[in-house]
Design a protein around this ligand. Structure first.
Ligand code: PFF
Ligand code: NA
Length: 463
């Protein structure tokens, strides 16, 4: 087998785009975006969000697609090609992907559990007790180290059992390779994801109270536009949501055929992800509006993000739904599962590709080593102390890891590397040509990230 065949290749243009959009659309679109938007100016948040998409999101996608395609390597190899001493940057990004994997798979495992519970109604009338009865309270430090040790010792079977399933699916897909594994899986998952989302949206907007939820989501508060935190939130959401600076898009783009329209692919990925976020926001907030309506409280009172939204507030809402509530509840968790799986396999691919490129291992050898270590670590998150571990890893990677990874990547590429040559390369391949603005977008984003990090360290931006 030639080296090229060993690396694998997407079988079609749509295969790559679906996989890239699949990586982008994830848990973050469903439980993070709606909340971030609502709490940062509602409808007005769309302005910084779109500015971040066009000044940083899409330009960075173009950059990562181009570098992965040109150098045909995962992140460490891309940076090593520029200069041996930059290879560490690629490994740093790969390490972040490795750590995100350990908790991302666990959230998908919860979703599988809750898919099952949706039909049995197992969470009863108090979903909060159902979830936190087993876990330390989210965000609470365990009172003593011994306490943490004890809770980490207890494997939570509601999580550990479906976790095996999640690993099984991801392992199977990655083992089948790029075209027969990743591409096929995304071709199945993504259409199902869209259908599931539409079911949720249609059910959501036809519920009593939906309009109040949508009002809350969309009513613009323009005064927020002068608050730097709102802009920070918009850029943060774009980075996480588009899976950029996580080593992923390099690996995915390294499997592109020689002739590929980079610019077009980047726009499709960025715009597709953004549309999904908006539509899922409509679904989520109409259901939150319904919740507020049945409880006679304001929408703000039931709005929350993350674990609390998916595994406490939504189960409560599902309890209240008129008719077929188990089914609708199930569909909600199915959207989380499909969105999550198509992202988790991309994070894993970034790590597996890096290991196999560097150590000249086959895909399966690299995959086995990765799955063994990451699988064992993920069990730690499937214990009774799991939410605590998740919180720490999530905080470290998303608040600092990705900002630092972004700075390293953009400073090196933007200021110490000839981006003009990348622009020429991209323009030879693409129908729509990028102008000089693109180079300034990369340089400008690097400066912005440095400012953000400095403000964070000074404590002026709350985490
Ligand atoms: N983009 C995904 C989301 O918004 O949920 C999350 C994600 C996937 C982040 C893959 C990082 C990653 F490596
Ligand atoms: Na996804």
């Amino acid at each position: 087998m030639s080296k090229e065949e060993n690396r694998g290749q997407w079988g079609s243009r749509s295969g790559f785009i679906l996989a890239a959009i699949g990586s982008a659309i994830g848990l973050g679109n469903i439980w993070r975006f709606p909340y971030v938007a609502a709490s940062n100016g509602g409808g007005a948040f769309l302005i910084p969000y779109l500015v971040a998409l066009f000044t940083a999101g899409i330009p960075l996608l173009i950059l990562e697609f181009a570098m992965g395609h040109k150098i045909r390597s995962s992140a460490p190899g891309v940076f090593a090609k520029l200069n041996k001493k930059y290879e560490a940057i690629g490994w740093f990004q790969t390490l972040i992907a490795f750590f995100i994997t350990t908790y991302y798979v666990v959230i998908i495992a919860w979703s599988f559990s809750y898919l099952f519970f949706a039909f049995t109604g197992a969470w009863g009338t108090d979903p909060k007790a159902f979830l936190f009865g087993d876990y330390l309270k989210l965000g609470d430090a365990p009172s003593t180290l011994g306490n943490l040790g004890a809770s980490l010792g207890g494997l939570n079977l509601k999580v550990a059992v479906p976790l095996l399933l999640v690993w099984g699916i991801n392992y199977g897909v990655l083992r089948m390779g790029v075209k027969n594994g990743l591409e096929k899986a995304n071709k199945i998952f993504m259409p199902l994801l869209i259908i599931a989302l539409l079911v949720i949206v249609v059910r959501g907007v036809t519920l009593p109270g939906a309009m109040a939820g949508l009002d809350y989501f969309f009513t613009p508060d323009f005064s927020k536009l002068t608050d730097p935190k709102v802009w920070l939130a918009a850029y943060g959401q774009i980075f996480f949501s588009l899976s950029i600076c996580f080593a992923i898009m390099y690996a995915y783009a390294s499997y592109l055929p020689k002739k590929s329209d980079i610019v077009n692919n980047a726009f499709m990925t960025g715009l597709g992800n953004c549309s999904f976020s908006l539509i899922s926001g409509i679904g989520v907030f109409s259901i939150l509006g319904f919740m507020a309506h049945t409880q006679g409280v304001s929408v703000a009172e039931v709005s929350t993000a993350g674990v609390g939204l998916a595994f406490i507030v939504f189960p409560e809402a599902i309890n209240q739904l008129p008719g077929m509530n188990g089914l609708i509840g199930g569909v909600f968790f199915i959207t989380l599962i499909f969105a999550g799986l198509s992202s988790s396999m991309s994070i894993m691919e970034a790590v597996v590709a890096a290991i196999s490129d560097k150590f000249k291992l086959t895909r399966v050898q690299a995959l086995n080593r990765f799955a063994l270590t990451s699988g064992i670590l993920s069990l730690l998150v499937a214990t009774n102390g799991g939410l605590y571990v998740l919180d720490i890893v999530d905080y470290a990677t998303n608040q600092y890891g990705i900002v630092i990874a972004g700075i390293l990547e953009l400073v090196i590429l933007g200021w110490f590397f000839n981006l003009e040559s990348v622009r020429t390369y991209v323009n030879e391949l693409s129908d729509f040509r990028v102008g000089k603005w693109w180079i300034w977008a990369i340089k400008g984003t690097s400066v912005l990230l440095v400012v953000i990090l400095a403000l964070k360290i000074k404590g002026e931006i709350a985490a």
